[in-house]
Design a protein around this ligand. Structure first.
Ligand SMILES: Cc1ncc(COP(=O)(O)O)c(C=O)c1O
Length: 368
């Protein structure tokens, strides 16, 4: 296994805990354990009594009973809990892929969606989101990427970093293509339930058939990244069993306190979503106004879902711009180059409460 440095995580490691304003976070505003426990009358007392032994490797039954409520047809035994979505990505790739396999990946993307497969010796074809099409994917382009050794298609919708949400027609065409060609679909749905218009929400891939694996996590839409609780949902027993078996070599089981807190969170996820979407929508208004004022400096494709957008800096070099901004004004933006993007874009985070103050600081910097 030969894993390259994770560019985005290394960039964050440099600045995340010393920049005054994080204006590029992918997760929504977090909360304290006390605030989470306050969502249920007896949760604080129950939390005190959580047993600190090993937990069930597949995840606690109580948590696995809550998660299927996000889905239509998924049962408790079709949920496998992981330490974050990141562990699930790693285990999926190791369970399904071998050297010489080919995969097609929605690009730009969270780096592990390509690089874990590359580290196994797979060929990766990027399936590119196009800015000129409002970051949509072209179904014909995907069809042309098919090879005899293609095994998996990976999509991420709602998308990190563009906030693109696939149309229902394209989504159906994608599932048909995967099924017709006996492929697997790994559907990274960690931003699901953050659609600005709930009628645009897509069905979870795992509900459509055993060709698909859905990835979920408490970190993003629900704003609880510190729990490090992610999961896969799938009707595909073979993949489920292989991932469960490899998990014995990574984390064995999850953190018991986190599983309890995640159970409370998922039972109350409606409240968490309402709070976080409220923050995102208020921030979108601030950003729409900002980009109207600065239309000569930036181009902005408004996201349709999630806690991010991927605007373009029209003049100058994006890495230099982000570097000077964080050093001189304490505002962190993430250059698109961390995703190997060559279009001078940067990631903008929409999920944090202090976005208006961060934008004020950015504006002072631009005016100086
Ligand atoms: C698309 C996508 N998938 C997976 C992950 C990993 O999530 P986590 O850090 O909660 O494990 C992220 C995190 O940014 C992400 O954006």
């Amino acid at each position: 296994m030969n894993l390259p440095p994770f560019k985005l995580e290394r960039y964050f490691a440099k600045y995340e805990f010393n920049a005054e304003y994080l204006l590029c976070s992918s997760d929504c505003e977090a909360m304290s354990i006390a605030d989470l426990l306050a969502l249920e009358e007896d949760a604080a007392e129950k939390f005190q009594n959580v047993w600190l032994g090993y937990t069930e490797s597949q995840g606690s039954p109580a948590l696995r009973k809550e998660i299927p409520k996000i889905y239509q047809t998924i049962q408790l035994q079709e949920i496998l809990i992981h330490t974050g979505a990141e562990e699930a990505v790693f285990l999926f790739m190791h369970a399904v892929l071998k050297a010489g396999d080919h995969i097609i990946v929605h690009t730009p993307c969270y780096q592990s969606l390509t690089d874990v497969a590359r580290s196994i010796g797979c060929d990766v074809s990027p399936w590119r989101a196009r800015e000129e099409n409002n970051w949509a994917l072209d179904m014909d382009e995907m069809r042309k990427l098919l090879r005899p050794n293609t095994k998996v298609v990976i999509v991420n919708t709602p998308h990190n970093p563009t906030g693109y949400l696939m149309s229902r027609a394209d989504y159906d065409a994608l599932h048909n293509f995967v099924q017709e060609n006996n492929l697997l679909l790994f559907s990274d749905e960690v931003y699901r339930e953050s659609e600005y218009d709930p009628t645009t929400r897509l069905p979870a891939a795992c509900d459509i058939g055993g060709h698909a694996v859905s990835l979920g996590v408490t970190s993003k839409t629900y704003g609880l990244a510190g729990l490090r609780i992610g999961w896969i949902a799938t009707k595909n027993k073979k993949i489920y069993e292989s991932m469960a078996s490899i998990k014995d070599y990574t984390t064995i089981c999850n953190s018991a306190p986190s599983e309890f807190l995640a159970e409370v969170a998922m039972r109350n996820r409606g409240k968490l979503v309402e709070r976080n979407l409220g923050i995102i929508k208020a921030n979108l208004t601030v950003m729409d106004e900002f980009f109207t004022r600065y239309s000569s400096l930036f181009a902005w494709v408004r996201p349709q879902a999630g806690s991010m957008g991927f605007p373009k800096l029209l003049h100058g070099d994006i890495e230099e711009f982000c570097d000077t901004l964080v050093r001189q004004a304490g505002v962190l933006l993430l250059p698109g180059t961390m995703y190997n993007d060559t279009g001078n874009h940067f990631r903008l985070g929409l999920g944090r409460k202090n976005l208006p103050q961060a934008v004020e600081r950015l504006e002072e910097y631009l005016k100086a």
